[in-house]
Ligand binder design. Structure first.
Ligand code: FES
Length: 107
């Protein structure tokens, strides 16, 4: 998987969340309390963009039906009403090199 530079660290302060194209993959890049995470950009329920969701600690809440996911491993923490299961988010390794943020995404 290629390492792709996606942002400058000083332009991505805590609380920032953005949908970014990294090579051929659209990712959600999040700074949650100073730690940077990368996940798939769309909710696994009905593909709502997570960049408009609510960030709380290590959780991202989808603002469509309020599923929540743990940014650290993509696991589902809250389900949309009436659902018994949805897929976890894909997560991608993040590395910081100097002042730059890189994400390891599929080719
Ligand atoms: S689309 Fe995200 S919870 Fe339904």
């Amino acid at each position: 998987m290629p390492l792709v530079k996606v942002a400058k660290l000083d332009e991505f302060p805590p609380g920032t969340k953005k949908s970014i194209r990294a090579s051929k993959t659209r990712i959600l890049l999040v700074n949650a309390g100073g730690k940077i995470y990368a996940t798939q950009s769309l909710c696994t329920h009905l593909s709502n963009p997570l960049s408009t969701g609510k960030l709380q600690g290590n959780l991202i809440w989808c603002d469509k039906h309020w599923a929540s996911f743990d940014l650290r491993d993509g696991s589902v923490k809250d389900l949309p009403e009436g659902m018994t299961n949805i897929e976890p988010l894909k997560t991608y390794p993040v590395s910081i090199e100097g002042a730059d943020i890189f994400v390891d995404v599929p080719e």
